[in-house]
Design a protein around this ligand. Structure first.
Ligand code: URA
Length: 248
């Protein structure tokens, strides 16, 4: 970065209008290396931008952020659906960020677990592209005991979901108990896991995603909380070399 203007950066992070930020600078509320910044239009290197403080607090994550959230049941990923949103779990100011944070794909309202959010459009499209085949691993509790052939049917790559014209790609089922399974899919069709079991006459009662690519949900991340991933963590987990086209 040749340098980003301080007032533009801080305004785009949701702290206020550019005018508000200029007033914050005049009031000495924005500091760099402990000293008040003198001019609102000064250019900042990425390192300088990341080390700003505002009212004594570190500045919010800069654009290019990737968040890993432990989504609770009951929140939706889409503003088009009714009910509380996953975005409600973020600091209020973050809703005014430009570019905005979006979920990377979706988990339905009744599904919990690993959810990524980012403001990096290119990364988002790379992850959700149907060509990417990023494995998504779910733990499901079923209403009825397995009938026995589910793993074979899912692995065959021939299962057709209701209302669709293309069969599902192969998916890998690990049986953990008569009504407990781990399912890894490489697509992201609408309510895919629930519909896969419905197609075989069963019903998913509890659904939780615990892995996406090489990323697993950290055990110490409580439900409803999130943390930022470093660039290195994102590329290690999601680099092309780690995308699998086969899960069986
Ligand atoms: N499959 C579903 O049925 N729901 C999700 O949220 C994700 C995958």
């Amino acid at each position: 970065m040749s340098g980003v203007r301080l007032d533009k950066l801080v305004a785009n992070l949701g702290y206020g209008s550019r005018k508000d930020v200029q007033a914050m600078v005049r009031a000495g509320r924005i500091r760099l290396g402990g000293a008040p910044v003198a001019a609102a239009d000064r250019k900042l290197s990425p390192q300088e931008a990341a080390s700003l403080t505002i009212d004594g607090d570190p500045i919010d994550p800069l654009p290019g952020v990737v968040l890993l959230m432990n989504k609770p049941v009951g929140l939706t990923c889409s503003t088009k659906e009714a009910g509380p949103l996953v975005y409600d779990l973020l600091p209020e100011r973050w809703r005014r960020r430009d570019p905005p944070l979006s979920t990377v794909g979706r988990l339905d309202k009744d599904t919990s677990g690993l959810l990524l959010l980012t403001d990096d459009g290119a990364l988002l499209h790379k992850i959700i592209s149907p060509k990417t085949h990023l494995p998504k691993r779910y733990r499901a509790t079923l209403a009825r005991p397995l009938r026995g052939d589910e793993a074979e049917v899912f692995a065959a790559g021939t299962l057709m979901l209701d209302g669709e014209t293309k069969p599902l790609l192969p998916a890998h089922l690990a049986v953990l108990g008569s009504t407990e399974v781990q399912l890894t899919i490489i697509e992201g069709r609408y309510h895919q896991v629930r519909r896969m079991f419905a197609a075989l006459g069963n019903h998913v009662v509890v659904l939780h995603r615990d892995a996406l690519g090489e990323l697993t949900l950290p055990e110490d991340l409580p439900e409803g909380e999130f943390r930022s991933l470093s660039e290195a963590e994102v590329s290690a987990a999601l680099s092309a070399g780690n995308f699998h086209t086969q899960v069986t």
